[in-house]
Every structure is written in structure tokens, then in C-alpha cells.
Ligand binder design. Structure first.
Ligand SMILES: NC(=O)c1ccc[n+]([C@@H]2O[C@H](COP(=O)([O-])OP(=O)(O)OC[C@H]3O[C@@H](n4cnc5c(N)ncnc54)[C@H](OP(=O)(O)O)[C@@H]3O)[C@@H](O)[C@H]2O)c1
Length: 378
């Protein structure tokens, strides 16, 4: 019998147009499930990989976040069943990648989408009528990798305790210490703000375009600064003093590491999203990246600058077992974490939607929203 196949969006070489290829559909083994990928989101990592070949060899299936339906379960999968609606962050092998119609991955890399799952019109109607927390798969797919990044960065790179389950009345040891979220409107920034707020960190400030300041305050920032204002470093320093804890949600050598390095107190911890973007990808020029942070800015004495590598989050036993399967769906369902706003990327074919999303990322015009697109029809 011929091996079953499905369509996948594939890179062929750096900065080439994406193509669609038929790839083998994997039968799930051990604790894996086979999922029909209904929605995905394109993120800057896709651009870093497609244009800059970051940590990949072409040809490559892109995509690290999906929302879809379980089609098949292997014998060792005990929690999920056929027909479950799920969302998750998977990245380790081609069979797990998101920009294809079907993927196979262990069940603990998925959260279950609970409650009513709505279409666009119903969602608006329900939101107007009640506070019932229902949401669409398109919203759920904005969470996985950057929700995980927020937990991993706060816990592993900043060293702040974020216990699960959160004890009743929990107050963290550094509740009133100032924490700067540079790039608060990014997807990483929005989840970092919400997770810090949930755990009781009360002195969080953010940088973002002024149009996002109101929203970011609703997510947990007590003050916001415009990162394009030429006086931003002076103003933050004047109002907040030297900062002990910083998350650089962008990782741009000139755009974020340079200003942040002027704001750190001695013994400050700075967690920087890798890669450091030395030169951003553009239509006319290839990008340049660095996977090392210490030499990329003039850090003051005693400053601990750390490059964030979310791919290592599974080394934390609790996160390995519960971050995607339990913590992520619980905080979403309870309304503690709001999904990112999203922009639906249109296109008449799978590859057109994938290419349109990648082109939009390269244009550098994404602001406060995830680029979400349809993969397999439900
Ligand atoms: N290493 C890791 O483990 C890891 C994990 C997750 C993400 N990342 C990386 O982190 C970066 C962000 O990812 P993302 O998905 O959160 O991106 P995103 O949501 O696409 O980021 C878009 C936002 O970036 C903001 N921005 C751009 N330049 C800025 C600057 N100089 N200062 C402040 N804000 C700026 C814009 O803010 P305004 O709208 O306010 O202008 C925009 O809303 C990417 O490079 C990604 O690859 C790394």
C-alpha cells in the first residue's frame, strides 16, 4: 500500500520563494498523537530560518505553533483522544513542524482547547452578551511558543520563582522590584507582562509605540515609554533609576541592546531573545544574526546578560510535564492570559498564505498582532 502523504510548506534555499511538497504522513508511536493542523501563525523565527538559515538546513518545513484536531493517538497517549481540539508549540523535528497539514508529536506538547470553540461572528456576539470565556482556534494559536517563552525566561533567565499551582495569596520575594519589558507590544512582551502580573510582580514598566500603551497597562505594566522617543533612555533612567531585571523581547543589537545597556544597575540580569539581530532581513539584503549576547553591547560591570533559548524549556521537569498540557490551557480558559490580537493572512492556496505571512514579517510592519493563517480545511 502506498505511504499516505500530505501537503507541507517547505523552504528550498535562503530567501527563495516557499514551495509546497507532499511529505509522508507519520503514524504516531509511543505517546504521540497525529494532529490535523487547522491554524498556524508565522513568527519572526520563520523569517530568521527562511531568510537567514538560523539553526536549520534547507529544505525545511517551518512553523512552531498550531491549533487543530487530534486524528489518531498512539498506544501510550493517555490524555488526548480522537476529535480533541488542541494547541501547542512543537519544533524538534520535521514531523512536528506546524506549516503542514498533519503533524505527529507527543501529547504533552499540546494543551486541550476547552469550553466552546467559536467562529468569528459567534465570538463577537458572545463577547457582547456575556463574560463567558470562549475563544476561537485562531486566538488559541497565538499562545503556544511565546507563552512558553515567557515562563521559561522569567524562571530560567531572570531566576524569579513562578510556582505551579500558585499558592493561595502568593506574594513573590521581589514583588516590588522594577522589571523592564523592552518591546512590550511584541507577542513575547504581552505574555511576559501577563505572567508577571499573575504571579504578583507589581512594578513592571514597558516600552512600546504609544498606540499600545493603554492595552499594555491593562496587561500589567504600570508605566509605558515610547522606544522611538530620542530621550527614552534618559526618561526611564530619570524616573526609574538603574534597573535590576530586564527582558529584551526583541534582541536588536542597535535597537534594543544598545539602549538597554545604558539602563542596567550593577548585578542586573538582562534576558535577551535570541538571535541578536545585527542586521534585519529586507527585500534587498540578507539578515545577520548572532547567537551570543555578551560582545553585542557595552554591558556594565556585574551585569549578567543572558541569551534566551526557549527550546531548552523541557529541561525543567515541571514545565516538561505541565507547561503546555496544563498551565497554558488553564490560564487561557480562566481568562488570566489573553491571547494576542491577530491579523488573518489571506491567500487562495496554502503556499500563498505562508508566503504572504513571511513577506509581511520581512516588511517590518507587524505591530502588536500575530499573523495567523489557515492550513488544512477542517
Ligand atoms: N530565543 C528564543 O527562545 C525566542 C523565543 C521567542 C521569541 N524569540 C525572538 O524574539 C523576537 C520577538 O518575537 P515576537 O514573536 O514576540 O515578535 P513580534 O510579536 O512579531 O514583535 C513585533 C513587535 O516588536 C516591537 N518592536 C520592534 N522593534 C522594537 C524596538 N526597537 N523596541 C521595542 N519594541 C520593538 C513592535 O512594537 P510596537 O508595535 O510597539 O512598535 C511590534 O509590535 C523575535 O526575534 C523572535 O525570534 C526568541
Amino acid at each position: 500500500m502506498a505511504t499516505p502523504t500530505h501537503a507541507a510548506v517547505v523552504t528550498t534555499a535562503p530567501r527563495n520563494l516557499l514551495v509546497v511538497r507532499q511529505v509522508p504522513t507519520i503514524t504516531p508511536i509511543n505517546d504521540e498523537v497525529l494532529v490535523r493542523v487547522e491554524w498556524t501563525a508565522s513568527t519572526p523565527l520563520d523569517l530568521h530560518q527562511a531568510d537567514g538559515g538560523l539553526l536549520v538546513k534547507h529544505p525545511q518545513v517551518l512553523g512552531v505553533r498550531v491549533a487543530g484536531t487530534v486524528l489518531e493517538t498512539a498506544e501510550g497517549a493517555k490524555r488526548l483522544k480522537v476529535g480533541d481540539k488542541v494547541f501547542g508549540f512543537q519544533w524538534r523535528e520535521q514531523k512536528e513542524k506546524g506549516h503542514q497539514e498533519k503533524l505527529a508529536a507527543p501529547e504533552w506538547l499540546f494543551g486541550k482547547v476547552s469550553g466552546t470553540i467559536l467562529g468569528q461572528r459567534e465570538c463577537l456576539f458572545t463577547t457582547l452578551l456575556s463574560k463567558w470565556r470562549s475563544f476561537m482556534m485562531q486566538e488559541a494559536v497565538t499562545l503556544p511558543n511565546n507563552f512558553v517563552t515567557a515562563f521559561h525566561t522569567i524562571s530560567t533567565d531572570l531566576g524569579l520563582p513562578i510556582p505551579w499551582p500558585k499558592p493561595e495569596g502568593y506574594v513573590p520575594p521581589k514583588a516590588s522590584e522594577a522589571i523592564l519589558i523592552w518591546g512590550g507590544a511584541s507577542s513575547v512582551g504581552q505574555y511576559a507582562l501577563q505572567v508577571l502580573k499573575y504571579y504578583g510582580y507589581r512594578n513592571i514598566i514597558a516600552t512600546a509605540s504609544p498606540s499600545h500603551h493603554g492595552y499594555l497597562k491593562s496587561l500589567g505594566a504600570i508605566r509605558c515609554f515610547d522606544y522611538r522617543d530620542p530621550n527614552v533612555v534618559h526618561d526611564i533612567g530619570r524616573d526609574m533609576g538603574s534597573l535590576p531585571l530586564i527582558i529584551d523581547c526583541i534582541g536588536s543589537k542597535a535597537g534594543t541592546l544598545a539602549p538597554i545597556s545604558q539602563l542596567t544597575g550593577s548585578a542586573a540580569k538582562v534576558a535577551i531573545m535570541l538571535p541578536v539581530i545585527v542586521k534585519a532581513s529586507a527585500d534587498e539584503a540578507a539578515p545577520e544574526y548572532s547567537m551570543e549576547v555578551e560582545s553585542q553591547a557595552a554591558w556594565g560591570p556585574g551585569v549578567e546578560a543572558r541569551g534566551v533559548r526557549t527550546h531548552f524549556y523541557l529541561q525543567n521537569e515541571l514545565f516538561n510535564e505541565k507547561l503546555q498540557s496544563e498551565i497554558m490551557p488553564t490560564l487561557l480558559a480562566e481568562g488570566i492570559v489573553k491571547p494576542n490580537r491577530y491579523e488573518l493572512i489571506e491567500g487562495s492556496t496554502l503556499v500563498e498564505r505562508a508566503q504572504n505571512a513571511l513577506d509581511k514579517l520581512r516588511s517590518g510592519t507587524v505591530s502588536g498582532a500575530r499573523l495567523v493563517w489557515r492550513v488544512a480545511e477542517a
